[in-house]
Ligand binder design. Structure first.
Ligand code: PHE
Length: 338
């Protein structure tokens, strides 16, 4: 009897393993648990067991029945609960925050400047990074012996020729614009520029400018002032204050530079503004009659203004970053803040 129970146990264990769906569960029940099933067969067999052996064998049989009942109940629950055996998902776990990049502060500034000028009716044009002497200097009224043409300032592409260079400012785009479009012209021209300068907290050898050009009949310095101030108030806030300072550029006459009250000390004087209370934001002026002539525009009929912003400088003013190199080091701890 004990042996029969052991054999049946092995068989039942195998059968339990093959319970995979409701059909196999039912097949198990019909084979082992119904009146004509194997378990009842064992119980019926107890009758033939000698009286003195009955308690011991009855105990083993009872244990075996309990084992089969529990195993079957478990298998049934498993099938009915549709349990797939895969760990359930803990819906209370906090989600993983995906790492999403964002626009670089330089590009953000460029986009914002563009948005403001487009809002004032300016179109956007682009030039080329490798220029010739004519567009970068000559047509812009730089005298032949102007120091800006010096190797100290300009990266020449081919030393032996000396007239092909990486543009040192975005003003050559003005020339290309005026040569190819008849006035009225109202455009901004963003781009990368290059100067042979030492990399310091305040200067880089490669940076960005945005040029503005407005040519039409009867354009005056008042239009220039109005445009630059309107832009700067939208960029830096309605309460910012500005001053126009006389300056010199070969391609504008008169020329000016525009200063804004220092964002850090509000004009009291500090390290950032070199204790002057002011920070320079752009160069500008009325387009020189020689430049208009060089581009085939009659200075007796048309006038216009031009301005140029350094995009890194604007970004530094807007973000409070006081080392220009930080904008290019790709240190996430800095970039994440803007
Ligand atoms: N091109 C000048 C510079 O790089 C800036 C400027 C642009 C000044 C337009 C006047 C008008 O410094």
């Amino acid at each position: 009897m004990i042996e029969t129970i052991a054999e049946l146990r092995t068989e039942i264990e195998l059968d339990l393993q093959s319970i995979k769906d409701p059909a196999s569960l039912e097949a198990f029940r019909l084979k082992h648990l119904v009146k004509k099933g194997t378990i009842q067969g064992l119980i019926d067999g107890m009758r033939a067991v000698p009286k003195e052996d009955k308690p011991a064998i009855g105990k083993v049989l009872n244990e075996f029945r309990q084992f089969v009942d529990t195993a079957f109940a478990q298998a049934k629950e498993h099938i009915e609960s549709n349990d797939t055996g895969i760990e359930p998902i803990d819906v209370t776990l906090p989600g993983r925050i995906p790492n999403i990049g964002h626009v670089h502060p330089i590009r953000k500034t460029l986009d914002r400047i563009t948005e403001i000028f487009v809002g004032m009716g300016f179109s956007v044009a682009e030039g080329i990074d490798i220029e010739d002497d004519y567009h970068n200097y000559e047509a812009l009224n730089f005298p032949a012996d102007h120091p800006a043409r010096d190797m100290q300032d300009t990266f020449f592409i081919d030393d032996s020729r000396g007239d092909i260079m990486l543009r040192s400012h975005t003003s050559p785009v003005q020339i290309r614009m005026m040569k190819h479009h008849a006035p009225p012209i109202r455009s901004i021209m963003p781009g990368r520029v290059y100067r042979n300068e030492a990399v310091t907290a305040r200067s880089l050898a490669e940076f960005h400018q945005i040029e503005g050009l407005y040519i039409d009949k009867g354009v005056t310095f008042a239009d220039l002032k109005g445009t630059v101030i309107s832009f700067a108030k939208q960029m830096y806030g309605e309460h910012s204050t500005f001053k126009f300072r006389p300056s010199y550029f070969p391609f504008t006459e008169p020329s000016a530079e525009v200063d804004i009250t220092c964002y850090l000390c509000s004009g009291k004087g500090c390290r950032v503004c070199k204790h002057s209370g002011w920070l320079e934001i752009c160069g500008c002026g009325m387009v020189h009659p020689n430049v208009l002539k060089n581009c085939g525009i009659d200075p007796e009929v048309y006038s216009g203004f031009a301005f140029g912003f350094g995009i890194e400088r604007v970004t530094m003013l807007a973000t409070g970053i006081d080392d220009i190199r930080a904008l290019y080091e790709n240190d996430m701890r800095i970039l994440k803040q803007f």
